[in-house]
Design a protein around this ligand. Structure first.
Ligand SMILES: C[S@@+](CC[C@H](N)C(=O)[O-])C[C@H]1O[C@@H](n2cnc3c(N)ncnc32)[C@H](O)[C@@H]1O
Length: 426
């Protein structure tokens, strides 16, 4: 008879694919969540996100007990069982040590043999008893050194620490009510009937924080879109009207919100990757948002007539979303940030050819690097003298702004971070 829980078994399958094979956690989590009872899903998410985020920390702990060469020679399955065991011992205070060790040993039998189970048992028991802690701050908070340095340079030591703590917590659930299909009051009544606790934000007025994922309680998907608070702030800086172009569209969260704010707009959204363009089309249909989706490359796309508003929600390093994307800290590299800045500049250069005189260009990202945010803004203003910055404070509440830009500080809301700059031509 099986002596390990189904949730831990699925967690091993997911974490091994993410850490050892380069797959993304969120898609796998959605897939496996349908194989579990709704009340088991949060624990799967905690185990997966936590084990992936604390990889550097747990490898440091494990290498106190297993020589590096031997650790690297273990099968990916057993490395994963050990990493998940360490995560539970240190960070899941509701899981007693004997359960963390016992279940890991059973999983080691399932994915290995008696010998590996013996190793897992001995190593995890010693760790639970001795609990060594690394001195280095970045290892304690399990962030790569280059990223810790970047956070300190950008925000100073104290804030860098708070951001790392924030990144290591489980992501919160934010949704946008789709007022194209349901009124807020009826939406709130439905949530109450389904027993989902919620909190509504004063701004954005369509934003809710939920206690449970809405698809798990059976709420119809046309009524909402799961979207971080930081993303929901951006469309308000565009104050949408007329002909609107979205240059980097998928999955379509912001452009469908733009349409929701003003259904009289003519909205076109361009996405480079065909599968993502299809995904965006499906989302627009689901939400009833009239958005024309084009599969194309916005670095050189052209149109017969110009646009009144352009949204460039640029491809970026995503370093403001580390709480939600557990594996990203291990995938992003400083060299990639430099490449992304070049892509952002190319997209902006083409935006200039597509915007009408007097039109508005909104540049946004979900990252915290100065290079991709203020750096790109300064480059743009130096190179395109007929554009000027308009202050974000004139369009959205001041708590979501910083020195004329949108700056959603995720540590204040349990959300991601976002950045936005509004340029007016002429
Ligand atoms: C940050 S995401 C956009 C998120 C989207 N605005 C939303 O709110 O749902 C950036 C998107 O731009 C796409 N992209 C990257 N380079 C592009 C290009 N040259 N032309 C069009 N889309 C591009 C990426 O595939 C990705 O889907």
């Amino acid at each position: 008879m099986r002596k390990y829980s189904k949730v831990r078994y699925y967690a091993i399958l997911v974490v091994k694919e993410v850490l050892e094979e380069g797959r993304w956690a969120n898609k796998l989590l959605t897939y496996y969540s349908f194989k579990l009872k709704p009340d088991e899903v949060p624990f799967l998410s905690i185990l997966v996100n936590g084990t992936v985020k604390y990889k550097l920390f747990s490898d440091w702990v494990l290498k106190n007990y297993i020589k590096s060469e031997k650790f690297e020679k273990l099968t990916p399955w057993i490395r994963t069982v050990l990493r998940m065991g360490v995560y539970q011992i240190y960070f899941l205070h509701k899981v007693p040590d004997y359960a963390a060790v016992g279940e890991s040993v059973e999983l080691a039998k399932r994915f290995g043999h008696r010998g590996t189970a013996g190793l897992v048992n001995a190593v995890l028991k010693n760790i639970a008893r001795e609990r060594p802690w690394p001195e280095e701050v970045w290892i304690r908070h399990s962030h790569p050194l280059w990223l810790y340095d970047l956070l300190r340079e950008t925000f100073g030591n104290g804030k860098a620490l708070r951001i790392m703590e924030h990144n290591n917590k489980p992501p919160e659930i934010f949704v946008r009510v789709n007022t194209l299909k349901i009124e807020r009051e009826r939406f709130e009544n439905l949530l109450t009937e389904m027993g989902v606790k919620f909190r509504r934000f004063p701004f954005p007025p369509v934003t809710y924080h939920l206690e449970k994922l809405p698809h798990l309680v059976g709420l119809s998907e046309e009524f909402y879109y799961v979207q971080d608070l930081s993303s929901q702030v951006i469309p308000y800086l565009l104050d949408p009207e007329g002909r609107i172009l979205d240059m980097a569209g998928a999955p379509g969260g912001k452009i469908s919100h733009v349409y929701q704010l003003n259904p009289d707009v003519f909205a076109v959204s361009v996405e480079l990757h065909l599968s993502r363009a299809k995904e965006m089309k499906r989302l627009s249909e689901r939400l009833g948002a009239g958005v024309y989706v084009i599969n194309g490359d916005s670095t050189y796309i052209s149109f017969r007539s110009g646009f009144d508003r352009i949204l460039l929600d640029a491809p970026c390093s995503g370093l403001g979303t580390l709480r939600r994307h557990a594996e990203l800290r291990w995938r992003m590299r400083p060299e990639r940030i430099t490449e992304l800045v070049e892509i952002q500049k190319k997209l902006l250069k083409n935006a200039v050819t597509l915007l009408k005189p007097g039109g508005v260009l909104l540049y946004s990202t979900c990252t915290i690097t100065r290079e991709e945010n203020e750096g790109v803004v300064n480059w743009f203003l130096e190179n395109f003298k007929d554009f000027r910055l308009e202050r974000a404070e004139d369009f959205i509440p001041v708590e979501f702004t910083d020195r004329g830009f949108i700056f959603v500080d995720g540590t204040n809301y349990g959300s991601d971070f976002s950045f936005g700059a509004r340029f007016r031509r002429g």
